[in-house]
Design a protein around this ligand. Structure first.
Ligand code: DCP
Ligand code: MG
Length: 425
C-alpha cells in the first residue's frame, strides 16, 4: 500500500467549524483550482454553487497531508460530483480544463477587474460588462455617473488592489487606537478579520472596538471619524449607525447574515516613510504606548500589551521594506495623482460592539467567511440555535445564551474550541 492511503479511512467531520484549518496546508494546487470556480460562481451570483466549491476547498485545506490520488478521497465529506471531477482532472493532468477556460474568459477577467473597484459589486459589474466595459479604463472613459465610493475606488484602483501587509495593519492599528483613546479612554481595540487568523496580508484591515462600561460605546464612531478626519488620516469614510435595537427581527430571526453594529467603511491615508511624520500629529511617539487589545497572544505577540512593544514603541510612521516596498513605490510612482508620494491608500473596516455582545462580534468578525457560514449552519441544523454576531439564541429553551469569550460560545454550540489560526476554512 502506498503511504497516505489511510486518509480515506480517517473520518473527517463535515462542518468546517468542527475542523482545524490552518493558513498553510498541503493541497494548494487543488484548492486554488476550486477557488477560481467558487469565485466565478460568486461573480455570476450563483451563491449555492460558490458555497459548494468553497466547502470542497475547505475540506482539502483541513487534510493533514497532500492528496496524490483520487482513491485517497473515498469517504470524505463535502466533495460534490463537480468538485471531485475537477480534483481528479488536476491530479491526473496538472490542470483542469474548466478552470483554465474560466480563468482566461473575458467575462471572468472583466468581472474581477470591475468588482476590484471599491464600491462596485457583482450586479453593477455585470451591467457594465454587458455594455462592453471590461476594465477600469473603459469605465473611466464611459462617462458613467459614479457614486463617491466608486470615484475613490477608481482613483486609487492600483494601490487598493495591492495587499495590505501585517506591518501596515499594525501601523493602522496604532492610528485607530490613538483616535479611539482620544475620544473614549478605556476603550478596547482588537484586530479582527484575516490578520487575527494569522494572515500576513489582507485586502483590508478590520478592527473591533468596545468599552467595558456598556453604553459608553454608544455614538462612538462619529467622534472617532471626526478625530481621524481632523488629523488628515481619512481619504473616504461611510459610517452606518447601530440598528440592532430598532431591528424588528431581533437576533433570533436575523433578516440576513449582515450584522447591525455601528460600522465605518473607510480608506486611510497611511504614511509609507518617515517624511510623512508631519501628518502624524497629536501626542507624538514619546507619550504614546501601544495597548492594542490582544485576545490571541500566539498569533499577535508583536502587538500584545505586555510584549516588547511596551519598551520599544513601534515607529509612528511606517517604513515599508523589501519586495512590498518596491511594489508600493512602483504603484505610487505611476499613480495618476501627483507623481510619487509618501503615503498609500488602505481600506479599513471599523466596527463598534457593546461589551455584552463582544464575544459574538469577535467570533463573527474573525472569519473566514466560510467558517462563519458553517458555524451558523451547525447552530441551526445540529443545535436548533441561531447564531449571529450579536447573540446566540436557543430555540428549544427559548432563551439567549450569554458568553463573554469565544470559548464559551463554542461550548454552548457543543463544538471543540477552534483557535483563530485554525479558522482559515
Ligand atoms: N464578515 C462576515 N460577514 C460580513 C462581513 C464580515 O462574516 N458581511 C466577517 C468574516 C470575515 C471578516 O468579517 O472574515 C472580515 O471581513 P473581510 O472581508 O475583511 O475578510 P478577511 O479579513 O477574512 O479577508 P481579507 O484578508 O481579504 O481582508
Ligand atoms: Mg479583512
Amino acid at each position: 500500500e502506498k503511504p497516505g492511503l489511510e486518509l480515506a479511512v480517517v473520518s473527517v467531520p463535515s462542518y468546517a467549524c468542527q475542523r482545524h484549518t490552518p493558513l498553510l496546508h498541503h493541497n494548494t494546487i487543488l484548492t486554488d483550482a476550486l477557488s477560481i470556480l467558487a469565485e466565478n460562481a460568486e461573480l455570476s451570483e450563483n451563491e449555492g454553487r460558490g458555497v459548494a466549491f468553497r466547502r470542497a476547498a475547505a475540506l482539502l485545506k483541513s487534510l493533514p497531508q497532500e492528496v496524490r490520488g483520487a482513491e485517497q478521497l473515498r469517504g470524505l465529506p463535502c466533495l460534490g460530483e463537480h468538485s471531485l471531477r475537477v480534483i481528479k482532472e488536476v491530479l491526473e493532468d496538472g490542470v483542469s480544463h474548466e478552470v483554465e477556460t474560466t480563468m482566461h474568459s473575458e467575462q471572468f477577467k472583466a468581472m474581477k477587474a470591475l468588482t476590484g473597484i471599491f464600491g462596485v459589486g457583482a450586479k453593477t459589474a455585470d451591467r457594465w460588462f454587458r455594455e462592453g466595459i471590461h476594465n477600469p479604463s473603459n469605465l473611466q472613459r464611459s462617462g458613467h455617473t459614479l457614486n463617491r465610493a466608486q470615484r475613490i475606488g477608481l482613483k486609487y484602483y492600483d494601490e487598493l488592489n495591492l495587499p495590505v501587509t501585517k506591518p501596515e495593519a499594525v501601523a493602522i492599528g496604532q492610528i485607530v487606537e490613538r483616535a479611539v483613546h482620544a475620544v473614549l479612554p478605556g476603550a478596547e481595540i482588537t484586530l479582527i478579520g484575516g490578520f487575527r487568523r494569522g494572515k500576513q496580508t489582507g485586502h483590508d484591515v478590520d478592527f473591533l472596538i468596545t468599552h467595558p462600561d456598556e453604553g459608553r460605546e454608544e455614538g462612538l464612531m462619529p467622534k472617532v471619524v471626526s478625530w481621524l478626519e481632523a488629523q488628515g488620516f481619512l481619504l473616504y469614510q461611510k459610517t452606518t449607525g447601530n440598528s440592532y435595537l430598532e431591528s424588528k427581527e431581533g437576533p433570533a430571526r436575523p433578516a440576513s447574515n449582515m450584522d447591525r453594529f455601528e460600522r465605518c467603511f473607510s480608506i486611510f491615508r497611511l504614511s509609507t516613510d518617515n517624511e510623512g511624520r508631519e501628518i502624524q500629529t497629536g501626542d507624538g511617539p514619546q507619550t504614546y504606548s501601544p495597548t492594542l487589545t490582544n485576545t490571541d497572544p500566539h498569533t499577535h505577540s508583536d502587538t500584545h500589551p505586555h510584549s516588547k512593544t511596551d519598551s520599544h514603541p513601534l515607529p509612528q510612521t511606517l517604513v515599508v521594506v523589501g519586495d512590498h516596498a518596491q511594489k508600493v513605490s512602483r504603484v505610487l510612482g505611476h499613480s495618476q495623482c501627483s507623481g510619487p508620494r509618501s503615503w498609500r491608500a488602505v481600506r479599513v473596516d471599523l466596527v463598534v460592539s457593546p461589551y455584552s455582545q463582544f464575544a459574538f462580534a469577535l467570533l463573527g468578525w474573525t472569519g473566514s467567511k466560510l467558517f462563519e457560514r458553517e458555524l451558523r449552519r451547525w447552530a441551526v441544523h445540529e443545535k436548533a440555535m441561531t447564531l449571529s454576531s450579536h447573540a446566540l439564541y436557543d430555540r428549544k429553551r427559548m432563551q439567549y445564551l450569554r458568553a463573554s469569550s469565544e470559548e464559551e460560545i463554542f461550548a454552548h454550540l457543543g463544538l471543540e474550541y477552534i483557535p483563530p489560526c485554525d479558522r482559515n476554512a
